[in-house]
Design a protein around this ligand. Structure first.
Ligand code: CA
Length: 312
């Protein structure tokens, strides 16, 4: 029996649909033990409500997993790299999948701690075996590292969905808080990185959405509902966005690493250049502490995802 990996999910659930899909996959993976969820970026309370809704849909065992709201704003707002949307998020916009959430009085209460303190206390009280899975801006973990530097010795590994290395790109999770991403990547902790291109490669087709919608289980129903909210949000009549499995692939590769090929090396985040701010660089080297997913097996990834989540 492989060892169960303890994880904390840090998420900006609520805008792109893949965070909800990733949380569902964690709960559907007996190889992973979810010890808590923290939310980040913009309306963290509303994001927490969706996280608690998905956990409730996963059943009694998952319903009371603590969810703590973290940082709404990034560490350094020296440039509005995400343009208008960054300002919009800071103004507490309601995430687009809010319509798929249960009313607050039907959910367990939010954890009373701030997300940063939740990370510190949970990781420091653990046995050095809790892996943060970062699928949003990395503000919460970066601030936890600053507030309690002893946390560095207690984190065995970090899993992130972030960055892009094949083209000069300021990927969303990096550009929402480039300084935080740099702190995490410079922490000296081994990191497994699922970059943007992997999610682009593994994008649902209509047949996959139909399979979720046709499944009569609470989790599948909630996900189908959230996908419908996501697809109708801001969609043109001629275009409904299809879910890309950016965040779920970061989770999936923890259990089945060979869904992707890996390259080892070091990742750095550019913070200086006027035109390169928030871009990520990868230098391949055999003893690097970062491991980047390079190519994904598309069909196996879809089947793995659906077989796990639809059985939940
Ligand atoms: Ca995300």
């Amino acid at each position: 029996m492989p060892t169960v990996q303890k994880v904390i999910l840090d998420t900006d659930i609520g805008d792109d649909i893949d965070d909800a899909l990733a949380l569902a996959l964690i709960c559907a993976s007996p190889e992973l033990e979810l010890v808590g969820v923290t939310t980040v970026y913009g309306n963290v309370e509303a994001r927490s409500r969706q996280a608690r809704t998905v956990l409730s849909a996963c059943g009694k065992k998952y319903r009371d997993i603590p969810v703590a709201a973290g940082c709404g704003a990034g560490i350094c707002a020296r440039r509005l790299v995400a343009g208008n949307s960054r300002q919009m998020y800071l103004d507490k916009v309601i995430p687009n999948q809010d319509g798929s959430c249960l009313p607050v009085d039907q959910l367990p209460p939010l954890d009373r701690r701030h997300g940063v303190d939740f990370l510190i206390e949970t990781i420091m009280n653990g046995a050095g075996d809790i892996i943060p899975i970062m699928i949003g801006a990395m503000t919460n973990l970066a601030l936890a590292m600053i507030k309690e530097p002893k946390i560095l010795a207690k984190i065995p590994r970090i899993v992130v969905m972030a960055g892009e290395f094949r083209s000069p790109t300021a990927e969303w999770n990096i550009r929402c808080d480039p300084e935080a991403a740099a702190i995490v990547f410079n922490s000296g902790i081994p990191i497994d990185v699922t970059p943007f291109i992997i999610g682009i490669t593994v994008q649902f087709r209509q047949e996959h959405i139909d399979r979720i919608a046709a499944t009569d289980r609470p989790l599948a129903k909630n996900l189908a509902n959230a996908i419908a909210c996501f697809q109708s949000h801001g969609a043109r009549p001629d275009h409904r966005p299809m879910p890309s499995l950016f965040d779920p692939m970061a989770v999936a590769t923890m259990v089945v690493p060979d869904l992707v090929t890996w390259k080892r090396g070091t990742v750095s985040v550019e913070l200086q250049g006027d035109t390169t701010y928030a871009m990520t660089m990868f230098k391949e080297k055999p003893d690097g502490i970062h491991r980047v997913a390079w190519d994904a097996d598309q069909d196996r990834s879809f089947e793995y995802y659906l077989s796990r989540v639809l059985a939940m």
